[in-house]
Design a protein around this ligand. Sequence first.
Ligand code: NAD
Length: 418
Amino acid sequence: MTIDLHQLALATIDRAADELGLDGWVRALLHQPERVVTVQVPYTGDDGRIHVVAGYRVAHSTARGPAKGGTRFHPEVTPEEVMGLATLMSVKTAVMDLPLGGGKGGITIDPKLLSETELESLTRSYARAIASTIGPDIDVPAPDVNTDSRHMDWLADEYARVTGVASPAVVTGKSLAAGGSLGRDTATAAGCRTVLLASARRLGLPTDARVVIQGFGNAGAHLARLLAADGMRIVGISDSTGGIHDPAGLDVAAVARTKAAHGSVTHHDAEVVTNTELLALDAEILVPAALEGAVDTGEAEHVRARLVVEAANGPCTAAADDILAARGVAVVPDVLASAGGVTVSCFEWQQNLAGQRWSAATVADRLDTRMRAALEDVWQVAAARSLPLRTAATVLGVGRMAEALQARSGAETSELAS
Ligand code: NAD
């Protein structure tokens, strides 16, 4: 990863802290993760040998509840990256007003080089190494890049074996059979749809607005399907191999079938465009749902959409953001637009703690309500302080964390402040 995520996260916190005029001690607490754990992760290879890699778990803040955040298996994972991602998770859970803090974990490894048996050995070893620092009331891991429900099921099982505490609430993103929530697979897309439709209404965009979606994976493909069913016209879609364009609107189900059959959306019967051209297509709404940093200054200059909705994490660089703002393009930031996943993760944790299973309709309804409320809160801060939506969202999240820290510090705070 080329961008320094930790520095970016701290700069984000500082900008909001300046806007809010926060005390130095609150800033210091928000800058420093509460807990950073580095662990050895020995695992057994198929060759019978023991290999050892490094793992991390960071709890950035538990001021508003147990730390919450994903687990990334990637060769470029560093402690700094995990700290940065944990910090951004604290902001995200606070923007969504979830009763949770922010955390993140990872292992520096390329999981694509491991067999299923090796992956299980690795994940169980990691679970043993971090077992004393996680728990339903302490820090609750979830999936992230290159991890899914299999890894979470192994983590929950190993945690129960090591601690004797058989609580499925120790991790989220589990399979349904192991206590996962209905609606988790489509949560990010469903949450993004809610804020996209509400933002489009606020901007007076037509109900059959033209939408371009970059990325046709878990977030992008589900979102394309949902928006097409809402009557929006999906005029551009892409994946890592390139994009397709049809000004009359693409048949999303047919594109999905083409991708399943041929591995790429570009085999679909439509005009083929590059990913750069895709971002400049004539449409009212652009949804980056692929990678961080996908929209930089060069792309931002050519965006023709009036509304950009960040389904991906960090798709617009800071410089691109400034250009989009200057050109009057509204950007619904990732901490809000991609928060459907962590929101349903929170629902999974709540269901596990209460020994309940909510219906798919209940999950969808509560997600919709939560996303609408957060969007409304962010627009209100933006209007009251004359801020772009991204800064407004950060101000909202950091403000909520600061309030919790101040409330919890009580008399000691007065001494610190004096
Ligand atoms: P995914 O791996 O399922 O899909 C990613 C898609 O992006 C694929 O279609 C891939 O072909 C495409 N892609 C990759 N490189 C590209 C490029 N250079 N140009 C265009 N397309 C490219 O991933 P996902 O789960 O859909 O996640 C996408 C983004 O959404 C990430 O930033 C992720 O952090 C964020 N996000 C996902 C979730 C979730 O629950 N899945 C939750 C929050 C945030």
